[in-house]
Design a protein around this ligand. Sequence first.
Ligand code: IMP
Ligand code: MG
Length: 180
Amino acid sequence: MGRGDLPVGVEEILVSQEALARRVAELGAQIGRDYAGRSLHLVGVLKGAVTFLADLARALPLEDVTVDYLAISSYGRSTDTSGVVRLVKDLDEEIADRHVLIVEDIVDTGLTLVYLRDQLAGRGPASLAVAAMLDKPQRRRVDVPVEYLGFEIPDRFVVGYGLDRAGHYRHLPYVAAVRP
Ligand code: IMP
Ligand code: MG
């Protein structure tokens, strides 16, 4: 372990495990109210959104929830988005006429979400919205609506709660800054 109890390379905790849990519970309640009486189809963006989706799904006071996943890749340096987004794994199920909630780990430049919203909107869902755990508003290059947001964070490279740097640190129960 490195500094204090933090793993080597991890500089500082930005969002604690407790704060994440509280915020996910609030978002779950809010989404539950907004989709009351409807079936909700969660679309998780692999791999980073898995942790958030697992917690959010269990916080939803809804009777009928389904889950599917897709995977995206963006070319370029590992810690900076190149702007070219590609679907590397598509959904297993059709989404036409379903209420779809895209679940994403973090909104950075916004390019991934613009691409995803556009792709999925073209398939004729009954409704389409986004839940993102983290947002780095200073990095935004394109405007994109995010209906449910966990936390705004400063322009630092973060890991944990599903987020990685080169595949590592996804298992950390908090969100922390690392050297990029
Ligand atoms: P965007 O297209 O620039 O909004 O990129 C969003 C994607 O970049 C996220 O889904 C993450 O996979 C990745 N990303 C952006 N910022 C970070 C970060 O600070 N840590 C880890 N991954 C990040
Ligand atoms: Mg991602």
